[in-house]
Structures are given as C-alpha cells and as structure tokens.
Write a protein that binds this ligand. Structure first.
Ligand code: G4P
Length: 529
C-alpha cells in the first residue's frame, strides 16, 4: 500500500473528526449523556465515572474547594473518543450559570453543538444564552430531548417552544411512542424502524425494522392507543412539518430533533450515529488574512481558554488550543504570533475522559493543552510558516460588577500582577473609572467568579482584597466621536476598559434606554468593538 502524503493524512483526519459542545441548563442530563457517549466510544468502561469526576473534579486543588463544596463544575475540559471511524471531541462546558463566560468562549472552539433539553422543563434560561452564542456563529445545532421516561411536554409543544423562544425550527428525526410511564419506544423517521423500550425497568432496547409508521407490527408492539397517536402525529408532521434540509441544518437554521432518555441509554446510540453523519467536520476559521482551511498543511491554532492550576503540584496554567489547520507534532516549533517568538510545543496534553495523556500528533478540530508559564492570552494565535492571526474572540458583556480595593496598600504590585493574569485568563473584566477619583471596577458574568477571584488573589498572589458590589447590571461599549460623560450620571456611570474604550454601566434597562435616547449618535455595543 502506498504511503499517505501529509496532505492526504490531514484530509483523512479532518474528515473523520467531529468537535462539539453540549449546551444545556444544569440538571438536564449533560453529565449523564456525556457518559453514555463515552461508553459507546469505549473511552470509559464503567457508567458513573464521569459523574464521579463531576463530583470530585479537582478535589485536590485548593481554590477549587469552592467548586467541590457547591458540587458544580467550574472547569471545562475536553473528552475524546473514537466511534465507527470517527474521532469525536466533546468540549465539556461548565454547567453552572456562574461560569457562563468561560462556557461561551468554549463554544467558539466547537464546530457544532448538541442542545440538551429536559422534556418537562423545555427551553431554560441558560440554554437560551448558550444557544444565542452558537446561533450568532451559525453553527449547526442538534437537539436531544431528554428524560422521556418521565412525564413532560408534548413533542409538538416542545417544537413550538423552540421556535417561539429560540427562533429555530426543528425537524424531528425520531418520535416518541408514549411518554413517562407509558413510554414504549421511539419511531425512527429516517430509518423507518422502531426502537422498543422493554422490560419493567426499561433495561433492554430492541430495534425492529418496519415498512413505515402504518406497519401493523407497530400496533402489535405498542397497542392501539399509542399507535393511533403515533400515526396521527406523524401524518401531521409529514404534511405540516419541515422537510429535512441538510443546508439549513448546516447553516444553523433548522435543528434535527431527537427524543430519548440518557440515563436509560435509550435513543442515545441512534442520536450519536445520526449526529456523526450529519455534523460537520472541522470548519475553516476566520483570520485577518482570510479563511484558514483546515486541510492546509501548515499548522495553526488559537488559545480559547486558560485554566490555572489544574495540577496542584505546579503553578503553571494550561492554555487550551484549538487546532485549526495542519498537523501538530510533539516538539514542533511554532510562531507565537502576538509576541513574535518561536516556541517549542514539547509537553502538550490531550484531555481524555479521565486522565491527561501526552499527545504526539493532533489534527484540526482537536484540542490540546499547553503548559503556560504565563506567555499565553486568550485569543493568541500560534502558526507555522506564515503568521496567521485568528479573529479576536468575543468578550461577553458582564452582568455583575464590584469595586475592588486592596487591604494592604504595600501589596499593590502583586495585586496588579494578579489582576493582569486573571484578566488574561478571561475570568474577569477590568474597568477604570473616568472621574477624578481612580477606581477599579471588576465585571463578571456570574457571582462565583468573584469568589474564585478573591480566593485566588489570596492563595496565589498573597493579596487580601475587598469587593464592594455595585448595583449595575448591564455594560455597553460606547462608540462615538464625542462622548459626554455628563449624560451618564443617572443610574449609570461611564468607565474605560483595558484598551481605553468607553463603557457605560447601567443599573437597569430603563437607564440604558434613556441613555440611548439621549445619545442618538452613539452606538451601544454588547461586546468590545
Ligand atoms: P447535568 O450534568 O446536566 O447537570 O445533569 P446530570 O447528568 O447530572 O443529570 C441530572 C439528573 O437527571 C440526575 O439525577 C440524572 O440521573 C437525571 N437524569 C439524566 N438523564 C435522565 C433521564 O433520561 N431520565 C431521568 N428520569 N433522569 C435522568 P439526580 O437525581 O440529580 O442524580 P443521581 O441520583 O441520578 O445521580
């Protein structure tokens, strides 16, 4: 057999990769679904391992005590497994709303998203926020309605909700036969088969091929009542529902909809197989010099996340790099474009379900972790050969603000270092007052980020700080040739971000709208310009 050229090898590896994030509201079943997917891929052997990890993650890392105590996952990592020829990368996004800014950024590294919805609760607050970030990027979104073994909203009600709340139409790929205690199975509309949920404990699953949904076999299996309901629903869908449209799915305008029960492993395999077939392989990324083709032989990637102290024995941070083109080889030299230096990538790690392994080769769509002695910032580009600068990652508008003061003025230098490093990690945003009195204001997306900040300033920089909560709730970057600070005094204030952009903070929507009316020539942006 002839040897593959590098170009062939990259093409082959790119085509088999699927990199996605699961977006959901806490408790919808993300951990459970992730675990089932990993089990299919053989990445873990026992059910319960991801769950255990969720509970004990970083138990050894001191400042992560906060996480442990609250039993929520603050950090996000990457899990990789192989399934029927595909290499799958799941980007684990922090589930608690306190950490949504990190979650948001992680979504920029995904090529598609799986939106997980609790059948009883429907579209919830955090799902909406995460959906909007995906939707802005125009990535395909696949929806899995979970907990079908419980009573919930009707499938039509859920479809209507997706459209009303998120503005996306759904095309059901399968359809439930019964629900809750009556759950009998699902009908696969693409393959014309019934997946039966059997046994009192719903422990076995049987797949039966049928001619179509009118096949008398279904009646024998599901009984008259559920079969009549199924036929009625599917006839309605055939007439009034959307047709499956690959281009619309790819453009993020139509979401393939699946029903199942993650904890019972029901509908998960069908979902996985369909998803792998329909989801895109790593897509091109935008850079200042145009689109970067993943098939290009020159290696490139960007840092989308920086995480401190994953290994408590080291003070290093880990920079998460999304590979965008070429082939990564351990020990290779690449250009750190921002600081213009070449660096050697000698100890990269890949994040598997449980352990971190040293990675030898990696390809577009893969995420690798680089030891960071403080040289990386979020959004940094690394490239081989040519200097590629990927488009800046968006910063997300903070919603909670506090004035920060240092208890011991002599510690000012460490304090500044801490502020600088933690802003680079993207956990907080820093603003400065514009009035005569110099004040530092921090903005975050969730309250827990303040607690982590306070804790880390003490533990890592030896600085005691005090945070004074402010009443502002919205931040808008103001773009105008002439900005008049006197117009931002009522229930608002004008500050500057690190790059000296003007930002107005508002206590409520009314104050924001008033400011917009008073300053018709100004643009009010949700993200830094
Ligand atoms: P999350 O990561 O999205 O926060 O959710 P997680 O998987 O931890 O699931 C939240 C709860 O929902 C768990 O129950 C889990 O067992 C349950 N769950 C997940 N999928 C299904 C499903 O298909 N059907 C039903 N009925 N429940 C499901 P818990 O009581 O919080 O935890 P545990 O006692 O099961 O460990």
């Amino acid at each position: 057999m002839s040897k593959l050229t590098i170009a062939d090898e990259i093409k082959q590896e790119v085509e088999r990769r699927r990199t996605f994030a699961i977006i959901s509201h806490p408790d919808a079943g993300k951990t459970t679904l992730t675990e089932k997917l990993l089990l299919f891929g053989g990445a873990i052997r026992e059910a319960g391992s991801v769950k255990a990890r969720k509970a004990s993650r970083h138990a050894t890392s001191d400042w992560m005590e906060i996480e442990k105590q609250r039993g929520i996952s603050v950090t996000s990592s990457v899990m990789q497994f192989d399934y029927s020829g595909h290499r799958v990368n799941i980007l684990d996004t922090p589930g608690h709303q306190d950490f949504s800014e990190d979650t948001y950024r992680t979504l920029t590294a995904a090529d598609s998203a799986v939106m997980l919805i609790d059948v009883a609760k429907g579209v919830e607050a955090q799902t909406i926020k995460l959906f909007q970030v995906c939707s802005k990027r125009g990535i395909p979104i696949f929806t899995f309605v979970n907990k079908l073994d419980r009573e919930g909203k009707s499938p039509f009600e859920l479809m209507e909700e997706l459209e009303r709340v998120l503005g996306i139409r759904a095309v059901p790929m399968n359809w439930p036969i019964g629900m809750g205690r009556e759950l009998c199975g699902v009908y696969d509309r693409m393959k014309n088969q019934v997946e039966l949920f059997q046994g009192n404990d719903h422990s076995t699953i049987e797949v039966q091929k049928v001619a179509d949904y009118n096949d008398p076999h279904i009646r024998e299996m599901a009984g008259d009542y559920l079969t009549d309901q199924l036929i009625q629903d599917l006839e309605l869908l055939d007439v009034a529902g959307d047709q499956f449209d690959y281009d619309k799915v790819r453009a993020g305008e139509l979401t393939p909809l699946f029903f199942g029960s993650a904890v019972n492993n029901f509908g998960v395999q069908t979902f996985l197989e369909n998803f792998l077939q329909l989801a895109p392989s790593p897509t091109p990324r935008q850079s200042t010099s145009g689109e970067v083709d993943p098939m290009s032989e020159k290696f490139s990637g960007y840092v989308f996340k920086i995480q401190a102290n994953m290994n408590p024995a080291h003070r290093d941070r880990i920079a998460f790099l999304r590979i965008c083109s070429g082939r990564f080889e351990r020990g290779m030299s690449v250009r750190h474009v921002r600081n213009g230096k070449d660096i050697k990538l000698s100890q990269p790690q890949q994040f598997l379900a449980q352990d971190r392994d040293i990675v030898e080769n990696a390809y577009p769509g893969d995420i690798i972790g680089l030891f960071d002695p403080g040289i990386f910032r979020i959004g940094d580009s690394l490239s081989q050969g040519s200097e590629i600068v990927f488009d800046e990652l968006p910063t997300f508008s903070p919603e909670i603000f506090a004035k920060v003061t240092v208890k011991n003025a002599l510690k000012h230098k460490q304090y500044q270092k801490g502020i600088d490093q933690l802003t680079e990690e993207g956990t907080i945003q820093v603003f400065h007052s514009t009035g005569g009195f110099e004040e530092t204001i921090l903005g975050v997306v969730g309250q827990l980020q303040f607690e982590v900040f306070e804790h880390r300033m003490r533990a890592e920089y030896g600085v005691e700080i005090q945070l004074h909560r402010m009443t502002f709730q919205f931040a808008r970057w103001i773009v105008d040739d002439k900005i008049d600070p006197s117009k931002y005094r009522i229930n608002s204030t004008l500050v500057k971000d690190k790059k000296d952009n003007y930002v107005a903070l508002f206590e409520n929507e009314y104050a924001m709208r008033t400011a917009m009316d008073k300053n018709p020539t100004s643009k009010f942006l949700e993200m830094a310009p």
